[in-house]
Ligand binder design. Structure first.
Ligand SMILES: Cc1cc2nc3c(=O)[nH]c(=O)nc-3n(C[C@H](O)[C@H](O)[C@H](O)COP(=O)(O)OP(=O)(O)OC[C@H]3O[C@@H](n4cnc5c(N)ncnc54)[C@H](O)[C@@H]3O)c2cc1C
Length: 336
């Protein structure tokens, strides 16, 4: 089956792109492992424009319903894209025009075609791809983390903290994500160890004060987990003080790892013409969202400075309008 456009991802970027692509009558398929994106775990989103307050779960349902209301789009959900291959020519030599270089020239690609392999064994052939597959929570990479994932190791305090009522937990991460974990934990748990790798907290001042002023919170600076202990459930952690090199053990019941996100860019890291920056973000031209001949990217997978629902949505719309132009042979970069 051949498509003009394949959108990968069902977060705010993917769904916004899908709605615009359908309304532009672009022959599109959207492949989404799930709908809603990362903020699905949020109890209360208060900055989704046009909605004073919505839970992440309700936002996910609204996004999916809006997408399914479109007539002209094929939707494949519950399926992962496993591999992306370029099977047509491309003029990869053309450099990515940077926003800072003015409008530059658009990337020309002749006869781009891609083969996309899905987790259900199916293949898709497509002319263009829009990457909106976002990012995932960063892992610690220590012994016990994988083995005890879901058995005391957790990555979403908003989702899982009620399971730790009156228990002792650790939150790893001294940024806003870590402090949000502390905030989520305070009404439930009996004690929180906050492990901070550096010498200071990095989150916003109000959240820092909340953690510092709570009797329930013990902040351990210069501290890294080197092993999560437990057979079937988490029973403790082995920690190391990076200043003194002292290793010690603490008894606790849960570990919330809140150390940020990493883009899901492995899928395209070897595709000709794609550039990943030091954060593994897909570098795009911010005027068009184009990343390489035949490939556009929007939202948290891209090198956009601010990672937000509204921004992901708007950038994805920008990408689809540029893809529509490309399909009709219109090059606005050349026109300017
Ligand atoms: C806890 C939390 C709370 C947040 N709260 C807010 C907030 O209040 N306001 C705000 O503006 N922003 C918030 N954010 C940030 C916001 O969630 C992100 O900026 C936004 O979700 C990015 O959207 P996206 O569509 O680019 O990617 P994502 O939301 O990451 O969505 C990626 C999509 O791609 C799918 N996918 C991934 N890999 C594949 C694959 N291989 N094949 C198929 N599908 C795949 C996923 O299932 C998902 O549907 C929050 C983030 C977190 C983690």
């Amino acid at each position: 089956m051949k498509y003009e456009l394949t959108i990968i991802g069902g977060g705010p970027a993917g769904v916004s792109a899908g709605i615009y692509a359908a309304r532009k009558k672009i022959k599109t398929i959207i492949i989404a492992e799930s709908f809603g994106g990362q903020s699905i775990t949020s109890a209360d989103i208060q900055n989704w424009i046009g909605t004073k307050s919505v839970s992440g779960f309700d936002l996910a349902q609204n996004l999916e319903a809006h997408l399914r209301a479109q007539e002209d789009i094929e939707i494949k959900d519950g399926v992962r894209v496993e591999k992306v291959e370029r099977i047509g020519e491309s003029s990869v030599a053309s450099p990515l025009p940077l926003a800072s270089e003015g409008h530059g020239k658009a990337m020309e690609g002749k006869g781009e075609r891609f083969k996309i392999s899905l987790s259900n064994g199916e293949f898709i052939e497509t002319k263009y791809i829009l990457l909106t597959n976002g990012s995932h929570r960063r892992k610690l990479g220590v012994r016990g983390e994988k083995e005890l994932d879901g058995h005391g190791v957790a990555y979403c305090s908003t989702c899982d903290i009620p399971l730790f009522k009156n228990k002792v937990v650790a939150v790893v991460g001294g940024g806003n994500a870590g402090l949000e974990g502390v905030r989520d934990g305070l009404p439930y748990v009996s004690k929180i160890y906050l492990f901070v790798r550096g010498e200071v907290l990095r989150g916003d001042p109000i959240s820092q004060a909340m953690a510092k002023n709570s009797d329930k919170v013990e902040i351990l600076y210069n501290t890294e987990i080197i092993e999560i202990l437990g057979d079937k459930e988490v029973v403790g952690v082995k920690i190391k003080n990076s200043k003194t090199n002292e290793v010690s053990e603490l008894k606790l019941d849960g570990v919330f790892i809140e150390i940020g996100s990493e883009p899901n860019s492995d899928l395209v890291k070897d595709i000709s013409g794609i550039n990943l920056n030091q954060f593994k973000e897909v570098v795009v031209n911010h005027k068009t969202q184009q990343a390489a001949p035949g490939i556009w990217a929007a939202g948290d997978i891209s090198d956009v400075l601010y990672k937000q629902n509204n921004i992901s949505s708007g950038d994805a719309v920008k990408a689809v309008l540029n893809i529509y132009d490309a399909l009709h042979g219109v090059d606005r970069m050349k026109q300017e």
